[in-house]
Design a protein around this ligand. Structure first.
Ligand SMILES: *[C@@H]1O[C@H](CO)[C@@H](O)[C@H](O)[C@H]1NC(C)=O
Length: 397
Protein backbone atom coordinates (compact mmCIF):
# COMPACT_ATOMS: atom_id res chain seq x y z
CA UNK A 1 0.00 0.00 0.00
CA UNK A 2 1.00 3.60 -0.54
CA UNK A 3 1.72 4.38 3.10
CA UNK A 4 4.04 1.38 3.33
CA UNK A 5 5.85 2.47 0.15
CA UNK A 6 6.30 5.99 1.54
CA UNK A 7 7.74 4.57 4.73
CA UNK A 8 10.19 2.39 2.80
CA UNK A 9 11.22 5.35 0.64
CA UNK A 10 11.94 7.58 3.64
CA UNK A 11 13.87 4.70 5.18
CA UNK A 12 16.09 4.54 2.09
CA UNK A 13 16.59 8.33 2.11
CA UNK A 14 17.61 8.11 5.76
CA UNK A 15 20.13 5.31 5.08
CA UNK A 16 21.62 7.34 2.24
CA UNK A 17 21.98 10.44 4.43
CA UNK A 18 23.43 8.26 7.17
CA UNK A 19 25.99 6.74 4.78
CA UNK A 20 26.99 10.16 3.45
CA UNK A 21 27.39 11.72 6.91
CA UNK A 22 29.28 8.70 8.23
CA UNK A 23 31.72 8.74 5.29
CA UNK A 24 32.18 12.49 5.75
CA UNK A 25 33.22 11.87 9.35
CA UNK A 26 35.60 9.10 8.24
CA UNK A 27 37.06 11.45 5.64
CA UNK A 28 37.70 14.28 8.06
CA UNK A 29 39.27 12.13 10.80
CA UNK A 30 40.98 9.46 8.64
CA UNK A 31 41.05 6.75 11.31
CA UNK A 32 43.15 3.58 10.97
CA UNK A 33 40.60 1.56 12.85
CA UNK A 34 36.86 2.19 12.78
CA UNK A 35 34.31 0.53 15.03
CA UNK A 36 30.60 1.10 14.34
CA UNK A 37 28.02 -0.24 16.78
CA UNK A 38 24.38 -0.28 15.68
CA UNK A 39 21.20 -1.24 17.49
CA UNK A 40 17.73 -2.09 16.17
CA UNK A 41 19.29 -3.31 12.92
CA UNK A 42 16.39 -3.67 10.52
CA UNK A 43 14.28 -1.20 12.48
CA UNK A 44 11.03 -2.00 14.19
CA UNK A 45 9.70 -3.94 11.20
CA UNK A 46 12.48 -6.45 10.80
CA UNK A 47 10.73 -8.75 8.36
CA UNK A 48 10.51 -6.10 5.65
CA UNK A 49 13.68 -4.19 6.43
CA UNK A 50 16.42 -6.81 6.69
CA UNK A 51 16.81 -6.75 2.90
CA UNK A 52 17.61 -3.01 3.17
CA UNK A 53 20.18 -3.72 5.87
CA UNK A 54 21.98 -6.25 3.68
CA UNK A 55 22.10 -3.93 0.68
CA UNK A 56 23.18 -1.03 2.93
CA UNK A 57 26.09 -3.08 4.29
CA UNK A 58 27.09 -4.11 0.76
CA UNK A 59 27.02 -0.47 -0.29
CA UNK A 60 29.04 0.55 2.75
CA UNK A 61 31.68 -2.15 2.20
CA UNK A 62 32.12 -1.25 -1.45
CA UNK A 63 31.87 2.52 -1.02
CA UNK A 64 34.58 4.78 -2.37
CA UNK A 65 34.99 6.38 1.03
CA UNK A 66 36.07 3.04 2.51
CA UNK A 67 38.20 1.79 -0.38
CA UNK A 68 41.38 2.04 1.69
CA UNK A 69 39.81 -0.23 4.29
CA UNK A 70 40.20 -3.60 2.63
CA UNK A 71 39.87 -5.56 5.87
CA UNK A 72 36.51 -5.60 7.64
CA UNK A 73 34.42 -7.59 10.06
CA UNK A 74 30.65 -7.19 10.09
CA UNK A 75 28.46 -8.98 12.63
CA UNK A 76 24.71 -8.55 12.23
CA UNK A 77 22.18 -10.25 14.42
CA UNK A 78 19.39 -10.65 11.88
CA UNK A 79 17.85 -13.83 13.22
CA UNK A 80 14.54 -12.22 14.19
CA UNK A 81 12.69 -15.52 14.29
CA UNK A 82 14.34 -16.52 17.56
CA UNK A 83 12.89 -14.39 20.34
CA UNK A 84 15.22 -15.95 22.93
CA UNK A 85 18.33 -14.99 20.95
CA UNK A 86 17.52 -12.00 18.73
CA UNK A 87 19.18 -8.75 19.78
CA UNK A 88 19.10 -6.76 16.49
CA UNK A 89 22.66 -5.64 17.25
CA UNK A 90 25.14 -4.88 14.50
CA UNK A 91 28.89 -4.40 15.02
CA UNK A 92 31.11 -3.35 12.11
CA UNK A 93 34.89 -2.91 12.11
CA UNK A 94 37.00 -1.43 9.30
CA UNK A 95 40.78 -1.50 9.13
CA UNK A 96 42.84 0.91 7.07
CA UNK A 97 45.44 -0.59 4.74
CA UNK A 98 48.25 1.33 6.42
CA UNK A 99 47.61 -0.49 9.70
CA UNK A 100 49.86 -3.53 9.47
CA UNK A 101 49.55 -5.17 12.82
CA UNK A 102 45.99 -5.95 13.89
CA UNK A 103 44.60 -9.04 15.55
CA UNK A 104 41.24 -10.16 16.81
CA UNK A 105 40.65 -12.45 19.76
CA UNK A 106 39.17 -15.92 19.37
CA UNK A 107 37.20 -16.52 22.59
CA UNK A 108 37.08 -20.32 22.05
CA UNK A 109 40.74 -20.86 21.19
CA UNK A 110 41.65 -18.13 23.69
CA UNK A 111 44.18 -16.52 21.41
CA UNK A 112 44.53 -13.58 19.04
CA UNK A 113 44.35 -14.17 15.29
CA UNK A 114 45.53 -12.02 12.42
CA UNK A 115 42.72 -10.17 10.64
CA UNK A 116 42.69 -10.68 6.87
CA UNK A 117 40.10 -9.85 4.20
CA UNK A 118 36.46 -9.00 4.74
CA UNK A 119 33.95 -11.16 6.57
CA UNK A 120 30.24 -10.60 7.10
CA UNK A 121 28.26 -12.79 9.48
CA UNK A 122 24.54 -12.38 9.88
CA UNK A 123 23.35 -15.72 11.19
CA UNK A 124 23.81 -17.67 14.44
CA UNK A 125 26.29 -15.20 15.91
CA UNK A 126 26.16 -17.31 19.09
CA UNK A 127 28.42 -19.88 17.46
CA UNK A 128 31.08 -17.46 16.20
CA UNK A 129 34.22 -17.72 18.36
CA UNK A 130 35.36 -14.18 17.48
CA UNK A 131 32.66 -12.59 19.62
CA UNK A 132 30.55 -13.04 22.69
CA UNK A 133 26.89 -12.27 22.24
CA UNK A 134 24.27 -12.29 24.94
CA UNK A 135 20.72 -11.33 25.34
CA UNK A 136 19.98 -10.30 28.92
CA UNK A 137 18.46 -13.06 31.09
CA UNK A 138 14.68 -13.01 30.85
CA UNK A 139 14.19 -11.87 34.45
CA UNK A 140 16.16 -8.70 33.66
CA UNK A 141 13.47 -7.63 31.20
CA UNK A 142 10.68 -5.40 32.53
CA UNK A 143 7.69 -7.66 33.25
CA UNK A 144 9.87 -10.52 31.95
CA UNK A 145 8.80 -9.64 28.41
CA UNK A 146 11.41 -10.36 25.71
CA UNK A 147 12.59 -7.43 23.64
CA UNK A 148 15.73 -6.87 21.61
CA UNK A 149 18.21 -5.97 24.34
CA UNK A 150 21.65 -7.41 24.90
CA UNK A 151 25.32 -6.97 24.05
CA UNK A 152 28.13 -8.11 21.75
CA UNK A 153 31.75 -8.13 22.83
CA UNK A 154 34.81 -8.31 20.59
CA UNK A 155 38.48 -8.08 21.57
CA UNK A 156 41.22 -6.50 19.49
CA UNK A 157 44.97 -6.01 19.55
CA UNK A 158 46.34 -3.06 17.65
CA UNK A 159 50.11 -3.52 17.67
CA UNK A 160 50.76 -4.16 21.38
CA UNK A 161 47.65 -2.42 22.61
CA UNK A 162 44.71 -4.72 23.36
CA UNK A 163 41.17 -3.76 24.34
CA UNK A 164 37.54 -4.91 24.39
CA UNK A 165 34.74 -3.27 22.42
CA UNK A 166 31.20 -3.84 23.67
CA UNK A 167 28.08 -2.99 21.69
CA UNK A 168 25.19 -2.53 24.11
CA UNK A 169 21.44 -1.90 24.00
CA UNK A 170 19.70 -1.32 27.33
CA UNK A 171 16.00 -1.09 28.25
CA UNK A 172 13.98 1.98 27.31
CA UNK A 173 11.40 3.98 29.27
CA UNK A 174 8.03 2.46 28.36
CA UNK A 175 5.88 5.23 29.90
CA UNK A 176 6.61 8.89 30.63
CA UNK A 177 3.95 8.77 33.38
CA UNK A 178 5.65 5.87 35.16
CA UNK A 179 9.07 7.53 34.73
CA UNK A 180 7.69 10.58 36.54
CA UNK A 181 6.47 8.62 39.56
CA UNK A 182 9.74 8.61 41.44
CA UNK A 183 13.30 9.79 41.27
CA UNK A 184 15.30 7.89 40.13
CA UNK A 185 12.73 6.15 37.94
CA UNK A 186 11.97 2.43 37.99
CA UNK A 187 13.42 2.23 34.45
CA UNK A 188 16.80 3.60 35.48
CA UNK A 189 16.90 0.77 38.03
CA UNK A 190 16.44 -1.94 35.36
CA UNK A 191 19.12 -0.32 33.19
CA UNK A 192 21.50 -0.14 36.13
CA UNK A 193 21.05 -3.84 36.86
CA UNK A 194 21.63 -4.81 33.19
CA UNK A 195 24.69 -2.57 32.83
CA UNK A 196 26.14 -4.08 36.01
CA UNK A 197 25.59 -7.51 34.46
CA UNK A 198 27.57 -6.51 31.35
CA UNK A 199 30.45 -5.02 33.33
CA UNK A 200 30.67 -8.12 35.54
CA UNK A 201 30.62 -10.33 32.43
CA UNK A 202 33.46 -8.53 30.64
CA UNK A 203 35.66 -8.39 33.74
CA UNK A 204 35.16 -11.94 35.04
CA UNK A 205 37.93 -14.50 35.48
CA UNK A 206 37.64 -16.30 32.13
CA UNK A 207 39.89 -13.96 30.20
CA UNK A 208 42.66 -11.49 30.88
CA UNK A 209 41.22 -8.15 31.99
CA UNK A 210 41.82 -5.46 29.39
CA UNK A 211 40.81 -1.84 28.88
CA UNK A 212 37.22 -1.72 27.59
CA UNK A 213 35.05 0.62 25.57
CA UNK A 214 31.30 0.16 25.98
CA UNK A 215 29.27 2.04 23.41
CA UNK A 216 25.74 1.79 22.15
CA UNK A 217 22.23 2.84 23.09
CA UNK A 218 22.18 2.89 26.90
CA UNK A 219 18.74 4.48 26.85
CA UNK A 220 19.93 6.77 29.65
CA UNK A 221 17.24 9.39 30.31
CA UNK A 222 17.21 12.61 32.22
CA UNK A 223 15.73 12.17 35.68
CA UNK A 224 12.13 12.70 34.55
CA UNK A 225 10.73 13.92 37.87
CA UNK A 226 13.52 16.41 38.42
CA UNK A 227 13.67 17.69 34.85
CA UNK A 228 9.91 18.26 34.76
CA UNK A 229 10.03 20.03 38.12
CA UNK A 230 12.69 22.29 36.64
CA UNK A 231 11.05 22.86 33.23
CA UNK A 232 7.62 23.46 34.78
CA UNK A 233 8.68 25.13 38.01
CA UNK A 234 6.09 27.92 37.74
CA UNK A 235 3.32 25.78 36.26
CA UNK A 236 0.35 24.12 37.85
CA UNK A 237 -0.55 20.53 37.04
CA UNK A 238 -3.88 19.27 35.85
CA UNK A 239 -4.68 15.57 35.64
CA UNK A 240 -6.87 14.04 32.96
CA UNK A 241 -8.54 10.68 33.53
CA UNK A 242 -9.42 8.12 30.91
CA UNK A 243 -13.17 7.94 30.45
CA UNK A 244 -13.33 4.16 30.63
CA UNK A 245 -10.88 3.25 33.42
CA UNK A 246 -10.71 6.50 35.42
CA UNK A 247 -6.92 6.12 35.44
CA UNK A 248 -4.86 9.27 34.99
CA UNK A 249 -3.60 9.03 31.42
CA UNK A 250 -2.57 12.63 30.84
CA UNK A 251 -0.97 15.47 32.75
CA UNK A 252 -1.17 19.08 31.60
CA UNK A 253 1.15 21.71 33.04
CA UNK A 254 -0.03 25.32 32.65
CA UNK A 255 1.40 28.66 33.57
CA UNK A 256 -0.53 30.24 36.45
CA UNK A 257 -0.83 33.55 34.61
CA UNK A 258 -0.21 34.33 30.90
CA UNK A 259 -3.68 33.03 29.95
CA UNK A 260 -2.80 29.71 31.57
CA UNK A 261 -0.67 28.82 28.60
CA UNK A 262 0.17 25.10 28.29
CA UNK A 263 3.84 24.42 29.08
CA UNK A 264 3.93 20.63 28.90
CA UNK A 265 1.56 17.85 27.95
CA UNK A 266 2.53 14.42 29.19
CA UNK A 267 1.13 11.00 28.34
CA UNK A 268 2.56 7.49 28.25
CA UNK A 269 4.20 8.25 24.90
CA UNK A 270 3.77 12.02 24.66
CA UNK A 271 6.19 14.66 25.90
CA UNK A 272 5.10 17.90 24.31
CA UNK A 273 7.09 20.79 25.72
CA UNK A 274 6.25 24.27 24.46
CA UNK A 275 9.81 25.48 24.11
CA UNK A 276 12.06 22.96 22.33
CA UNK A 277 14.84 25.57 22.27
CA UNK A 278 15.95 24.53 25.78
CA UNK A 279 17.19 21.28 24.24
CA UNK A 280 19.16 23.14 21.58
CA UNK A 281 20.43 26.31 23.27
CA UNK A 282 24.03 25.67 24.23
CA UNK A 283 23.35 22.17 22.88
CA UNK A 284 21.04 21.48 25.80
CA UNK A 285 24.04 21.13 28.12
CA UNK A 286 22.24 22.97 30.93
CA UNK A 287 20.15 19.78 31.22
CA UNK A 288 23.18 17.55 31.79
CA UNK A 289 22.70 18.02 35.54
CA UNK A 290 19.66 15.72 35.21
CA UNK A 291 21.68 13.04 33.39
CA UNK A 292 22.48 10.90 36.42
CA UNK A 293 22.40 7.25 35.43
CA UNK A 294 26.18 6.93 35.17
CA UNK A 295 26.86 8.17 38.67
CA UNK A 296 26.55 4.71 40.28
CA UNK A 297 29.21 3.44 37.85
CA UNK A 298 31.64 6.29 38.40
CA UNK A 299 34.49 3.90 39.31
CA UNK A 300 33.93 1.56 36.37
CA UNK A 301 32.83 3.81 33.50
CA UNK A 302 34.28 7.08 32.31
CA UNK A 303 33.30 9.48 29.61
CA UNK A 304 34.66 12.57 27.95
CA UNK A 305 32.77 15.82 28.32
CA UNK A 306 29.48 16.00 26.40
CA UNK A 307 29.13 19.17 24.32
CA UNK A 308 26.60 17.92 21.74
CA UNK A 309 22.81 18.02 22.03
CA UNK A 310 20.64 15.12 23.31
CA UNK A 311 20.89 12.28 20.77
CA UNK A 312 17.24 11.13 21.01
CA UNK A 313 14.34 11.35 19.97
CA UNK A 314 14.74 13.26 16.73
CA UNK A 315 11.96 13.71 14.23
CA UNK A 316 12.04 11.13 11.43
CA UNK A 317 10.78 13.70 8.92
CA UNK A 318 13.70 13.84 6.49
CA UNK A 319 13.34 17.63 6.12
CA UNK A 320 13.74 18.15 9.91
CA UNK A 321 17.29 17.56 11.06
CA UNK A 322 17.18 19.39 14.40
CA UNK A 323 13.59 18.88 15.49
CA UNK A 324 12.78 16.56 18.40
CA UNK A 325 9.80 14.23 18.28
CA UNK A 326 7.25 15.13 20.99
CA UNK A 327 7.26 11.60 22.42
CA UNK A 328 9.98 11.58 25.09
CA UNK A 329 12.04 14.12 26.94
CA UNK A 330 15.20 14.52 24.82
CA UNK A 331 18.12 12.67 26.39
CA UNK A 332 21.67 11.49 25.81
CA UNK A 333 20.81 7.82 25.16
CA UNK A 334 23.80 7.18 22.91
CA UNK A 335 27.16 7.20 24.66
CA UNK A 336 30.75 6.09 24.38
CA UNK A 337 32.00 4.97 27.78
CA UNK A 338 35.27 3.41 28.87
CA UNK A 339 37.17 1.84 31.72
CA UNK A 340 39.79 3.90 33.56
CA UNK A 341 42.52 2.01 31.69
CA UNK A 342 40.87 2.73 28.33
CA UNK A 343 40.56 6.39 29.26
CA UNK A 344 44.31 6.39 29.90
CA UNK A 345 44.86 5.01 26.38
CA UNK A 346 42.76 7.83 24.94
CA UNK A 347 44.22 10.65 27.01
CA UNK A 348 47.85 9.57 27.27
CA UNK A 349 49.48 9.98 23.87
CA UNK A 350 51.11 13.32 24.36
CA UNK A 351 51.99 14.17 20.84
CA UNK A 352 51.40 17.20 18.70
CA UNK A 353 48.38 15.59 17.06
CA UNK A 354 46.56 14.77 20.23
CA UNK A 355 43.14 15.55 18.95
CA UNK A 356 40.24 13.95 20.71
CA UNK A 357 36.75 14.59 19.43
CA UNK A 358 33.52 13.41 21.09
CA UNK A 359 30.60 14.65 19.02
CA UNK A 360 27.51 13.64 17.08
CA UNK A 361 27.21 12.90 13.36
CA UNK A 362 24.89 14.80 11.04
CA UNK A 363 23.79 17.54 13.49
CA UNK A 364 21.79 19.33 10.79
CA UNK A 365 20.29 16.42 8.86
CA UNK A 366 17.78 13.71 9.67
CA UNK A 367 19.61 10.51 10.66
CA UNK A 368 16.58 8.75 12.12
CA UNK A 369 15.29 9.05 15.68
CA UNK A 370 18.80 8.66 17.11
CA UNK A 371 21.70 10.89 16.11
CA UNK A 372 24.90 8.81 15.97
CA UNK A 373 27.71 9.77 18.33
CA UNK A 374 31.42 9.25 17.69
CA UNK A 375 34.73 9.40 19.48
CA UNK A 376 37.92 9.97 17.53
CA UNK A 377 41.29 9.58 19.24
CA UNK A 378 44.82 8.26 18.87
CA UNK A 379 46.36 5.45 20.76
CA UNK A 380 50.10 5.16 20.87
CA UNK A 381 51.29 1.63 20.34
CA UNK A 382 54.40 0.91 22.36
CA UNK A 383 53.80 4.05 24.36
CA UNK A 384 57.05 5.35 25.80
CA UNK A 385 59.25 3.56 23.28
CA UNK A 386 61.15 5.64 20.73
CA UNK A 387 59.44 5.82 17.33
CA UNK A 388 56.20 4.58 18.79
CA UNK A 389 53.50 4.26 16.16
CA UNK A 390 50.48 6.43 16.59
CA UNK A 391 47.22 4.81 15.58
CA UNK A 392 44.12 6.77 14.98
CA UNK A 393 40.85 5.19 16.07
CA UNK A 394 37.31 6.18 15.61
CA UNK A 395 34.40 4.56 17.35
CA UNK A 396 30.87 5.33 16.29
CA UNK A 397 27.68 4.67 18.12
C1 LIG B 1 27.11 22.07 19.70
O1 LIG B 1 27.06 20.88 18.92
C2 LIG B 1 27.59 21.02 17.64
C3 LIG B 1 27.26 19.77 16.86
O2 LIG B 1 27.58 18.61 17.54
C4 LIG B 1 29.07 21.31 17.73
O3 LIG B 1 29.65 21.42 16.46
C5 LIG B 1 29.26 22.60 18.53
O4 LIG B 1 30.62 22.83 18.76
C6 LIG B 1 28.54 22.52 19.88
N1 LIG B 1 28.54 23.80 20.54
C7 LIG B 1 28.98 23.99 21.77
C8 LIG B 1 28.82 25.37 22.31
O5 LIG B 1 29.47 23.11 22.45
Amino acid sequence: NQNQTLKQDSYIVMLTVFLFSFLQTVHSHKPHFIAVHCQEVGGKNCETSMAHVDSFIKELLSSDGLKEYSRARVYLDENYESKELFTALGSCYFIHDSLKNIQQFDFKAKKFKKVVGKETCSDTLESIPMLEKQKFPQDYFPECKWSRKGFIRTRWALADCAFDLVNIHLFHDASNLVALEKSPSVYSGTRQKALGYVLDWITDQRFEKLPYFVFGDFNFRLDTKQVIESLCSTATMQTVQAADTNEVDKLIFRESDNDRKVVLELEKKLFKYANQDVFRENNGTSLLEFDKELSVFKDRLHELEITFPPSYPYSEDSSQGKQYMPTRCPAWCDRILMSATARDLVLKPENEERSIVYDNIGPNVCMGDHKPVFLSFRIAAGAGKPNANKHKCCVVQ
